[in-house]
Design a binder for this molecule. Structure first.
Ligand code: SF4
Length: 368
């Protein structure tokens, strides 16, 4: 569920986010979201929805009342699992003391907080609108709401950052008591201000030192790494993201949102995406892009996603998600095993410690 506006565009951001000029067009946007939902909900009749993710953009620009209203409409159109995970992304600097209480009362049971760093100077260099004080306030608001299932998003490899500073961010995040930490290295993506005018970043060796030190701190604090950038306390992995990485199905509601559905009977897997510009998305003549995945797409996409996970995969997972026979990939799997990149235990394959450092290379073996 994509809510695409932000107070300001961050210079490193390549998400479909748009700076908000003037008032939030909440009413027409919600009307367009509900149109999406009405069109898509029949596609999942007979299936239970296990998670809802309000992503962005900055969903916390929407009030608790609006989010509650949307969740009620969802519940009337979809079969929600009794323990449905409802995550909302929020940014410090856009939340008040009672904001999270209002989101909790609306039905949100998991928050993902875009902290990125606790350090004022690092945040300024990243072009964020918030500072360390707003992070502290947002964390206090979360505690006030009693929302203990929350994620802290952190970035490392920031302009001018030292390994000690990166580690300090992780230690401060751990001290805040999150259930989950997402720890991403800053990358310079095309079509961003940082790509056009790159800041000086720590080199690869320094980033490796940071990553190793931060991983040790997270492990010592009781977090388990279950995906390249995702760390969770026991039982607190993000159900929504796990579904993507396990190559599951999902609906797409909102500007630029992408969906994927498998038709078990026909074996056809379809992807679609909505117009990226909120104005086009809210218009009457909006055009969605749709595409049926080929066998080559299915093979690559399955491994692109599954290889991100520590838990690995089995031949049964592959056939269940793609409808393809294991022999389509078995030779390539054997090569990865013989190179020491994958390990095989019975029917289960997982990435070795060596392979974990070369995930891109293993993924590339499954390109057509
Ligand atoms: S707040 Fe997040 S989504 Fe918005 S511009 Fe910054 S990085 Fe992008």
């Amino acid at each position: 569920m994509h809510l695409p506006w932000c107070v300001k565009k961050c210079p490193y951001c390549d998400f479909n986010s748009h700076p908000l000029h003037g008032d939030l067009p909440a009413e027409p946007y919600i009307a367009a979201l509900l149109r999406d939902l009405d069109e898509q909900s029949p596609l999942v009749r007979g299936r239970q929805v296990e998670s809802i993710f309000f992503g962005g953009g900055t969903p916390s620009l929407f009030s608790g009342a609006l989010i509650g209203n949307l969740l009620e409409r969802f519940a009337s159109r979809l079969d929600l699992a009794p323990d449905v995970e409802v995550t909302m992304e929020a940014n410090p600097g856009t939340v008040e003391r009672d904001s999270f209480r209002a989101y909790r009362d609306a039905g949100v049971n998991r928050i993902s907080l875009g902290v990125q760093s606790f350090d004022d100077e690092a945040l300024r260099r990243l072009g964020r609108i918030h500072d360390g004080k707003s992070v502290t306030q947002a964390l206090a608001s979360l505690a006030h709401a009693g929302l203990d299932n929350f994620n802290i998003d952190l970035m490392f490899g920031l302009p001018g950052q030292s390994p000690e500073e990166a580690l300090d961010d992780v230690k401060r995040a751990i001290a805040a008591g999150p259930a989950h930490v997402s720890h991403y290295q800053l990358t310079l993506e095309p079509n961003t201000a940082f790509h056009r005018d790159p800041p000086e970043l720590p080199d690869d060796e320094v980033c490796w030192v940071m990553q190793a030190a931060c991983a040790e701190a997270l492990t010592d604090a009781g977090f388990g790494q279950y995906e390249i950038s995702a760390w969770a306390r026991p039982g607190r992995r993000c159900a929504h993201n796990l579904n993507y990485w396990r190559y599951g199905d999902f609906l797409a509601v909102g500007a630029g949102a992408h969906g994927k559905l498998s038709d078990v009977q026909s074996g056809v897997v379809t992807r679609w995406s909505a117009p990226r510009q909120p104005r086009s998305f809210m218009g009457r003549e909006r055009v969605f892009e749709r595409r049926v995945l080929t066998s080559d797409d299915l093979v690559f996409e399955f491994f692109l996603n599954r290889l991100r996970l520590r838990e690995g995969f089995s031949s049964e997972d592959f056939t269940g998600r793609t409808g393809l026979d294991w022999t389509v990939v078995s030779e390539r799997i054997d090569v990865a095993v013989s190179k020491g990149l994958l390990a095989c235990s019975g029917e289960q394959f997982s990435t070795t410690e060596l392979g974990w450092r070369f995930v891109n290379d293993i993924q590339a073996m499954f390109l057509p």
